[in-house]
Design a binder for this molecule. Structure first.
Ligand code: HSE
Length: 433
């Protein structure tokens, strides 16, 4: 009888033993047989690394070698795949990832910041050496969106990629609406619930979600990651008044990422937008994520799921690990990194309707002056609502027909000279979804 040798196990080195790292340990330990059956070989952790060995981590790590230095872990002979779940786009995460590739190891990372800043150069290094760089967990947590784009939708020219990809912001915005609370109060609640990153601006400033969008845009449009070209605006200026008035008009406000290739170049935005309240994006509640993918053949796909947390993020890491155990090797951005084009950033945005809220002096001709500013900029009014009077002032809400951001800025730049405006107007793009 021929003797068939058992395939060698795939050996993992795990750098980072926070929530995600421990989630990976749990899956590897609890589902060893299932993973081995699916991958055709065992997947084992051989060594781990974290700063503080004495911390109680609610997992049995006794069978693993310990390295305090992740770079040393990355270079170990008994590690085939280096898993980086430490975070941070410079320092140990970058050094250890580079060291792993230099030592000939495949890399799986959950680090969106690292990839948004250095993804192209890391992918070039990996591919020049025949190694894999995988990052499913970096975008929208447990939603397998990278796999959807690089595999399932590989036969499509992508038209547009959209998403709510920061659960903390979506929690804050939906809680403001449901409880009728101002931003500052809900921000404080989110802090107390532990939802915010150590640097809250990563969440509420749109940076974390912008990192994710830049990675999806690179895959969808075959361009080098260009996080610096993402137009970023956080949710700090979204008021409860706008949330209420938008709801009256049939919309919800979301921190929405949109990437599309236009005739003017690649447009990437992560900004508060209005979306129809009855659309899938409008219906998205709490900390959940949603990614909308539009391809020329498939049409629109909507993926919804948990964007963070131990189980969902570890699930995505393990999806990548099991692909590597199976021998499935797809370039990091779905095509060779050396073939990714330098993106030309679109100088302006595709036209869209705008929500425009302002307070006017309640006197004859006030509204006409504002309408003239809009008309002179080529902007037509779709709907309008005046909310009674507050003394000598009148709150006014206008929904415009499609306009470019530049036209809106031009029109709004002329509002002050009318002498009828009280305070600053608010303009929010309405994304057609
Ligand atoms: N802080 C992120 C969020 C999770 O709230 O979605 C990690 O990217």
């Amino acid at each position: 009888m021929p003797v068939t040798s058992k395939p060698e196990p795939l050996r993992l080195g795990l750098a980072g033993l926070g929530t995600v790292g421990i989630g990976v340990v749990k899956i590897v330990q609890q589902h060893a047989d299932m993973i081995s059956a699916r991958a055709g070989r065992a997947v084992v952790i051989t060594a781990v690394s974290a700063r503080d060995r004495s911390r109680n981590r609610d997992a049995d790590l006794s069978g693993y070698a310990w390295e305090t230095d992740p770079v040393a872990l990355a270079r170990r002979d008994d590690v085939d795949v280096f898993i980086e779940v430490m975070g941070g786009h410079e320092g140990p995460a970058r050094d250890a990832t580079a060291a792993a590739l230099a030592a000939g190891k495949d890399v799986v990372t959950a680090n969106k910041a690292l990839l948004a800043h250095h993804g192209h150069e890391l992918a070039l290094v990996a591919e020049a050496r025949g190694l894999a760089l995988r990052f499913e967990a970096a975008v929208a947590g447990g939603i397998p969106v990278i796999k959807a784009l690089t595999e399932g939708l590989a036969g499509n020219a992508m038209r547009r990629v959209m998403g709510v990809m920061n659960g903390t912001c979506n929690y804050i915005l939906t809680r403001m609406e449901s409880a009728g609370l101002p931003y500052e109060q809900v921000f404080e609640e989110a802090r107390q619930l532990g939802y915010l990153e150590a640097d809250p601006n990563l969440d509420v400033g749109g940076i974390d979600a912008g990192h994710k969008l830049s990675l999806l845009a690179a895959i969808a449009f075959g361009t080098r990651v260009s996080f610096d070209a993402v137009e970023l605006e956080g949710i700090g200026a979204v008021s409860i008044d706008d949330i209420r008035l938008a709801a009256d008009m049939g919309y919800r406000i979301k921190l929405l990422g949109v990437a599309q290739m236009t005739g003017r170049g690649l447009e990437q935005r992560m900004t508060p937008c209005l979306v129809p309240a009855d659309s899938p994006l409008g219906q998205l509640q709490g900390g959940t994520n949603m990614v909308v993918l539009e391809g020329d053949s498939v049409g629109q796909i909507v993926l919804r799921g948990p964007g963070a947390g131990m189980g969902p993020t570890a699930s995505a890491v393990m999806g990548d690990v099991i692909d590597l155990a199976r021998g499935l090797r797809i370039p990091a951005f779905g095509r060779p990194a050396a073939s990714l084009a330098a993106p030309v950033a679109a100088a302006t945005t595709a036209p869209a309707p705008y929500y425009l809220r302002m307070t006017l002096l309640d006197k004859p001709g006030a509204l006409a002056k504002i309408a003239t500013c809009l008309g002179d900029a080529g902007i037509s009014i779709d709907r309008m609502h005046q909310y009674g009077h507050q003394g000598t002032q009148a709150p006014v809400l206008i929904v415009t027909h499609k306009a470019t951001r530049d036209d809106m800025a031009h029109a709004m730049g002329r509002f002050a000279a009318t002498g009828v405006l009280v305070g600053a107007p608010v303009a929010i793009r309405i994304e057609e979804v």
